[in-house]
Design a protein around this ligand. Structure first.
Ligand code: SF4
Ligand code: SF4
Length: 509
C-alpha cells in the first residue's frame, strides 16, 4: 500500500496495553447461570421465542430479529430456560431490559449444525442471510448488525477495511485475537470479500502491536488482494472515519457512510465471527473481553460466553483491588460507566475497565470554560467543542444541529485536554438524546396528524358518496314518476281516441 494520510486533531494517550496482553487468552467456562439479554445491538430488541421451562441446545435461537436492523440471540450452552425477566442492562442508565435466564445442564450440547462445503459456491445474498441468522454484530463496540454492512446495494466495493487499530489505551482483545487467531480473521476476510464482491481487503493495525502485524503479514504474501497496513498510533485512529482518512486521504461526507466512498469497514473480531458462522455454523455466543485497569488484581483477556455475569470475569481477573472505584464497559475514552457488575456480558463488551479515583472525573473539580480553544485543536471531526458545550447547556438545539453535533463521534479528545475538566461528551450525549426525543415527538405528532387527516378525508368521502347515492335515488324516483305521468297521459289519449272512434262508428251506422 502506498502513502498514508493524516486526520485532523487527535491525541497521544498514555498506553496501558502491556498490563493485559502479556498472558494467553483464558476461557471463562460455563457459569452457574447465563443471563442473555434480548437487546444487545443497534435496532429493536430481539423477540423471545422460548418459554420458561423449555430445554435449549447450544447455538439455538432464543430471540429472533423483528426488523431489518436487528439481530437474533442464541443460547450460549445447553440447559433449561428458568426465567425470562427484567435485568440491569449493560448501559449507563442500568435500566432493566429483558433477559433469558438459562441454567446450564453441563453437557454443552450443540444443536445440529451443517457447515457449508465451500462458501464460494454460495450466492452473496445467502451468505448475508447466514451471517444475519448467526446474530453477528460489530464487535468493536458499536454492535451494528453486520449483515447490513455486507449488503452494498448499488456499490462496487473498492475495499473492505478490517479495523485492527484498537486505539483505546487499555483494550487488548483485538490485539490478542490478531496474535493468536489470525487464521480465523483471514477466513472471515475471505468470506466477507466474497459477500461484498470487494476488490481488496486492507487490515489496518496500529504500530504499537508488532506481534499482531507479524502474525498477519505473511497472509499478504499469500493473497494478492490482501494488504496488512501498519498505521501510526494516535487516538482515535480506530474511528471509522479517521481510519478511512488515514488509508485513503478521503473524508466520509457529513451524515454520510463509508459506503458513499465505496468502502466498508468491519472490526477484525467481527471477521473472525463471520468465519465461525459460515464455516462452522456457529452463531455469536462468545467473545474475547479485556478485563483490566488499576482496579483489578490480575488483568488479562478472557473468552467468555455472552450472558456471563461481569462479576464472574472480575473474579477470574483476581477480583477488585482495595481502591477500585468505577467499572467501565469499553475504554476510558468512549466506554460507559456501569452501576453494577451483576450485569451480563453482551456482544458489545470488548473490555471491562476498573478505574481507581480520578480527579479529572470528579465533578467537584469542574470549573468554568475559559475559552482556551484547546478542545478545538484536538477535535478529529473539525468541530467546535466549546460551542457545542455552550449550546447543549443552553438547550439551543437548532444551533447544535447547525454546528454539526451529529458528526461528533464522542471520542472524548476534547474532554481529555480541557483544563477546566468539563465532562464535554456528557453534554453532547444530552444534546443528541434531546434532539432525538424531539424528533420522535415530531414524528409521532406527524403520524397522528396524518392519521387524523386520513380519517377526516375518509369521512368526507363517505359523506359525499352517501349524498351522491341519495341524489341518484331521487333522480331515479323523479324519472319514475315522469314516466308514470306519460303513461297515464298516453292511456287517456288512447281512451279518448277509442271513444272518438266508437262515436264516429255510431254516427256512420
Ligand atoms: S478546552 Fe475546556 S475550557 Fe478550553 S475552550 Fe474548550 S471547553 Fe472551554
Ligand atoms: S467528542 Fe466530539 S467534539 Fe469532542 S473531540 Fe471528539 S468528535 Fe470532537
Amino acid at each position: 500500500m502506498g502513502r498514508l494520510f493524516n486526520f485532523p486533531g487527535g491525541i497521544h494517550l498514555e498506553e496501558h496495553k502491556s498490563v493485559s496482553n502479556g498472558t494467553a487468552v483464558r476461557k471463562s467456562g460455563i457459569p452457574a447461570r447465563l443471563f442473555v439479554p434480548l437487546d444487545q445491538h443497534i435496532g429493536p430488541a430481539a423477540e423471545c421465542i422460548v418459554s420458561k421451562g423449555e430445554k435449549v441446545l447450544k447455538g439455538q435461537t432464543i430471540g429472533s430479529a423483528t426488523e431489518y436492523i436487528s439481530a437474533p440471540v442464541h443460547a450460549p450452552t445447553s440447559g433449561t430456560v428458568i426465567d425470562i425477566q427484567k435485568f440491569p442492562a449493560a448501559h449507563a442508565s442500568a435500566l432493566p431490559s429483558d433477559v433469558v435466564i438459562i441454567e446450564p445442564d453441563g453437557k454443552d450440547e450443540w444443536q445440529t449444525r451443517t457447515p457449508l462445503n465451500n462458501y464460494r459456491d454460495i450466492d452473496p445474498s445467502e451468505l448475508r442471510n447466514i451471517v444475519r441468522g448467526a446474530g453477528i454484530v460489530g464487535l468493536g463496540g458499536a454492535a451494528f448488525p453486520t449483515f447490513v454492512k455486507l449488503n452494498p446495494v448499488g456499490h462496487d466495493i473498492k475495499a473492505l477495511i478490517l479495523n485492527g487499530a484498537e486505539c483505546e489505551p487499555w483494550i487488548t482483545c483485538d490485539d490478542m485475537l490478531m496474535r493468536t487467531r489470525h487464521g480465523d480473521i483471514i477466513e472471515g476476510a475471505r468470506v466477507m470479500r466474497h459477500a461484498l464482491q470487494a476488490a481488496r481487503v486492507i487490515i489496518a493495525i496500529e504500530d504499537n502491536k508488532p506481534q499482531a502485524i507479524s502474525a498477519l503479514k505473511p497472509y499478504a504474501d499469500k493473497y494478492e488482494w490482501l494488504t496488512v497496513q501498519e498505521i501510526p498510533t494516535r487516538y482515535p485512529t480506530g474511528g471509522e472515519k479517521q481510519l478511512i482518512r488515514i488509508l485513503t486521504g478521503q473524508d466520509v461526507p457529513s451524515h454520510g457512510l463509508p459506503l458513499d466512498l465505496d468502502l466498508v469497514v468491519q472490526n477484525v473480531a467481527t471477521a473472525a465471527a463471520v468465519h465461525h458462522a459460515i464455516n462452522e455454523m456457529q452463531p455469536l455466543i462468545s467473545r474475547i473481553i479485556t478485563v483490566t485497569g488499576p482496579g483489578v488484581k490480575s488483568p488479562c483477556n478472557i473468552e467468555a460466553l455472552i450472558g456471563t455475569p461481569m462479576s464472574d470475569l472480575i473474579d477470574m481477573a483476581g477480583g477488585y483491588t482495595r481502591d477500585a472505584d468505577r467499572l467501565i464497559m469499553g475504554g476510558p475514552m468512549m466506554g460507559i460507566t456501569l452501576k453494577t457488575d451483576v450485569t451480563p456480558v453482551i456482544k458489545a463488551t470488548n473490555c471491562l475497565l476498573v478505574q481507581t479515583p480520578d480527579a479529572k472525573r470528579d465533578a467537584t473539580t469542574t470549573r468554568a470554560c475559559i475559552r482556551c480553544g484547546e478542545c478545538v485543536k484536538v477535535c478529529p471531526m473539525r468541530l467546535l467543542p466549546q460551542q457545542l458545550y455552550w449550546y447543549s447547556r443552553s438547550r439551543n438545539f437548532d444551533q447544535l444541529q447547525r454546528h454539526h453535533l451529529f458528526d461528533c463521534i464522542e471520542c472524548g479528545c476534547c474532554a481529555e485536554v480541557c483544563p477546566s475538566h468539563i465532562p464535554l461528551v456528557q453534554y453532547y450525549r444530552f444534546g443528541k438524546s434531546e434532539i432525538w426525543k424531539k424528533e420522535q415527538e415530531t414524528l409521532k405528532a406527524d403520524r397522528a396528524r396524518m392519521r387524523t387527516e386520513a380519517r377526516l378525508e375518509r369521512e368526507e368521502r363517505i359523506k359525499a358518496e352517501r349524498k351522491a347515492r341519495h341524489a341518484r335515488a331521487k333522480a331515479a324516483k323523479a324519472a319514475g314518476s315522469d314516466s308514470k305521468q306519460t303513461e297515464i297521459k298516453a292511456a287517456v289519449a288512447r281512451a279518448k281516441a277509442r271513444k272518438a272512434e266508437q262515436k264516429s262508428a255510431t254516427e256512420d251506422a
